[in-house]
Design a protein around this ligand. Structure first.
Ligand SMILES: [Zn+2]
Length: 481
């Protein structure tokens, strides 16, 4: 390695201390920083650039499936949260309150939204009266607050950014169809745009959203062998409709409650991107969401500085038309130092250009994922960059998929199960009898939870991994974030 100048800034070896590596990558790549308020995080411009790209790509998918954006208030009356029993029980321990404004105690304390089902339900009851008002397909991009006891940048913070979709439907079937449709939007967004392979499935009763009838999820596998819940889609049935009285006059002139769904992903996805694609050199970003897709690094001996810079600027001007590109013309750093820094920041392609390249009418492209260098004639620049961006996107997905496949185990032997969780982690596909008792015991004894009951449920008969009774389903277990 041509690393005579040392790394830009040291990051802990991923193989030695995974969680410190994770934090180092975030801080040194300037994605986020710790806030003076414990458990909150400051998202820096480079990290926010990733979020903006996530938002844009997801928003396009939401709109293509008929949804519109709206905005609801940050504060929710205490009485709203209390209306749905399971919901309040699920969220009460981590709710932040506003009890005073200026010098006055509020007549009714306000909840800082941990999620918005209640206040949106209240509004929907005002807006919906006929079957003609349905379906209602609304999404909001917002922040929410959950006062977490242990926090970790991007993965679990007291305040985070997310989107929450909230829909109302005439029939139960339509609501179920919507829940699954949005699950599939998440699945395709993660695989196509984030290059993250996922399992799609259903949560167990114990792991479902507080107030939902069914929760579906997409789960990803991080490179330390832990799973990450990356997105959820809930079929809320009529639970909220009944307590908030969201009813409508149906075609048959009967007054009926609507059927609802809600679904969301958050800034936690950025944690997933870091842990799925990052390596010993730092971050590796999928081109589709990289704030900078190509970084141009001119190699400028003092004699030809002017010439090289001019050509580099031309190159940037050409590439700006087809991708997100920046020029690193800082003269206080050597090219080697810059190479390391942009690798740490995960920029998919580095473009090098020096006097010798100019003479030969070419540039050098270097891929972040494999380190492979390619000479590209100036006249083929645009095509070569587009091809390479696609190829990096596919390469990252293929690598992540291979890792997931290699770290998915199948067993119905509890001894082996425990050994796998202890020694190598990863996903374990195992039979389960369907009882909460076994689910809880496995968690207590191994730390692994049921991540999901896969969509195409395996009907192969089996014996529960824990109690040995006949299984109802084959499910995925893992230790999770
Ligand atoms: Zn069992």
């Amino acid at each position: 390695m041509e690393n005579s100048q040392g790394f830009v800034q040291h990051i802990t070896a991923k193989s030695e201390n995974y969680s410190q590596w994770y934090i180092d990558v975030i801080l040194r790549a300037e994605l986020a920083d710790y806030s003076p308020v414990r458990g909150c995080m400051v998202i820096r411009p480079y990290g926010f650039g990733i979020w903006e790209n996530i938002k844009e790509l997801l928003d396009r998918r939401f709109k293509a499936t008929g949804h519109k954006n709206a905005y609801f208030p940050l504060f929710i009356p205490e009485s709203f949260l209390a209306k749905e029993a399971e919901h309040v029980e699920g969220f009460a321990p981590e709710v932040a309150w506003v009890t005073r404004a200026g010098n006055e105690e509020l007549a009714e304390p306000l909840v800082v939204r941990p999620t918005s089902e209640t206040i949106i339900g209240h509004m929907y009851s005002k807006w919906i009266s006929s079957w003609r008002d349905l379906p209602v397909l609304i999404n909001q991009w917002a922040n929410v607050v959950r006062w977490e006891k242990t926090t970790r940048l991007f993965l679990r913070t007291s305040e985070f950014l997310w989107q929450e979709g909230h829909t109302c439907h005439r029939t139960q079937e339509e609501a179920e169809e919507e829940t699954l449709k949005m699950l599939d939007v998440y699945r395709s967004f993660l695989t196509e745009d984030l290059a993250i392979p996922v399992l799609a499935g259903k949560k167990t009763e114990r792991e479902k959203f507080a107030g939902a009838i069914t929760t579906y999820c997409v789960e990803a596998l991080m490179t330390d062998g832990r799973a990450l819940q990356a997105g959820t889609s809930h079929n809320l049935g009529q639970n909220f409709a009944k307590v908030f009285d969201i009813s409508f006059l149906d075609k048959d002139n009967q007054l009926k409650y609507v059927w609802q769904t809600s679904w969301g992903v958050s800034t936690r996805l950025i944690g997933g991107i870091i842990m799925v694609h990052g390596d010993e050199r730092g971050l590796a970003l999928p081109p589709r969401i990289a704030p900078i897709q190509v970084i141009v690094v001119p190699i400028m001996p003092p004699s030809s500085e002017e010439t090289v810079l001019n050509v580099a600027r031309d190159v940037v001007e050409r590439l700006e038309k087809i991708c997100r590109v920046e020029l690193d013309s800082r003269d206080e750093y050597s090219p080697g130092w810059k190479f390391n820094e942009w690798e740490l920041k995960g920029v998919p392609i580095r473009l090098e250009i020096g006097p010798r390249d100019i003479k030969a009418g070419k540039v050098v492209l270097v891929r972040r994922d494999t380190g492979e260098k390619t000479d590209v004639p100036m006249e083929n620049l645009e095509d070569a960059v587009i091809d390479m961006l696609n190829s990096v996107q596919e390469g990252l997905y293929a690598r992540a998929k291979r890792f997931m496949d290699e770290n998915t185990h199948v067993t119905n032997d509890y001894g082996k199960f425990k050994a796998i969780i202890e020694e190598e982690r990863g996903l374990i596909f195992a039979p389960w009898c369907g009882s909460q008792e076994c689910e809880v015991s496995v968690k207590a004894e191994t730390g692994a939870t049921i991540r999901c009951i896969p969509m195409n449920a395996c009907s192969k008969p089996g014996k529960c991994i824990h109690c040995g009774d006949d299984s109802t389903d084959w499910v995925y277990f893992a230790k999770a974030y």
